[in-house]
Design a binder for this molecule. Structure first.
Ligand code: ZN
Length: 291
């Protein structure tokens, strides 16, 4: 069937700073795309709804949202953002809003699960059976796809909140996670870097110790993911990962820590997103139920 015969799908990558909207025949056949800044929920959702109403009619909508979110279909709060500290957004019924306004079936998951599914199907994981997608930016989040299915467990993984071993030259910093202090997000997210060294990682000279410290923590995340899930591909995305040389340092450190122990051997790879910055939006379209 030609792409114009396929049903038209909508996608929303709902982020803390912007909403990216798209209409397309598939995650790789996007025909219209639009970005709006994330303001308060009523303004933001109304603006997004208006944009979709101005497009060709869609038959389903996928939403890949910042979290935490409720993913239990039997819960009355399914499709809600839950206890986010982001002002105004706690308990926002994001799926319900679009179900009512656009009157189409809604698929809903975390932004990182969406991105993980998109990387698995169309990006860095195309040749693999398992993949983890990690974003390192304002926070650290991760989604995991094993044998084609995003792992949800009781809700969804919160990979950024594992507890790493402290770097020998980073013992004093308390960490910025409001819940756990020096969890991974508390030590290696963008705000944690800024709190220690006063700037982003990419602004610090290449020989600054910060590069080694952050690489050490992210390597531990990759190591833990491989140890616990045997995921073949670890995709590292997000703003902090755009720092020159960081991916290489993480790879180096991870292979030191791993000490050639894992039975999956060279099947394990730590890579950049194959879809670049489009993983989240492609994930949203993949979540649209009629796909
Ligand atoms: Zn934490």
């Amino acid at each position: 069937m030609s792409s114009s015969d396929k049903p038209l799908l909508g996608g929303i990558e709902a982020g803390g700073t912007k909403f990216v909207l798209a209409v397309g025949h598939s995650p790789t056949e996007i025909i219209a795309r639009h970005e709006i800044p994330t303001r308060d929920p009523s303004t933001t959702l109304a603006e997004a709804g208006e944009w979709f109403e101005g497009q060709q009619a869609i038959s389903a909508l996928g939403i890949a949202s910042f979290g935490p979110v409720e993913l239990d279909r039997s819960s009355p709060h399914w499709g809600h953002i839950t206890n986010t500290p982001k002002p105004g957004w706690a308990n926002c019924d994001i799926a319900g809003y679009f179900a009512e306004r656009l009157a189409v079936p809604i698929g809903f998951d975390t932004d990182v699960n969406g991105a993980a599914l998109a990387e698995y199907e169309h990006g860095a994981g195309k040749a693999a059976a398992s993949l983890a997608y990690i974003t390192v930016g304002t926070g650290i989040g991760g989604g995991l796809v094993l044998d084609g299915t995003a792992v949800h467990g009781a809700a969804h993984p919160e990979t950024g909140h594992i507890l790493p071993r402290r770097h020998a030259d980073d013992r004093e910093f308390e960490g910025v996670c409001p819940h756990h202090g020096d969890c991974l997000e508390g030590l290696a997210s963008g705000p944690a870097i800024k709190a220690r060294w006063g700037s982003s990682l990419s602004e610090l000279p290449a020989d600054h110790l910060a590069h080694e410290i952050i690489a050490y923590y992210l390597a531990q995340l990759a190591h833990s993911l491989i140890a616990m899930t045997a995921a073949e591909i670890i995709v590292l995305g997000g703003g902090v990962m755009r720092t020159g040389g960081l991916l290489g340092r993480v790879n180096e450190r991870a292979s030191q820590i791993g000490a050639a122990y894992f039975p999956g051997g060279s099947k394990h790879k730590i890579v950049s997103p194959g879809l670049g910055n489009n993983a989240g939006l492609a994930g949203a379209l993949l979540l649209a139920p009629s796909h």
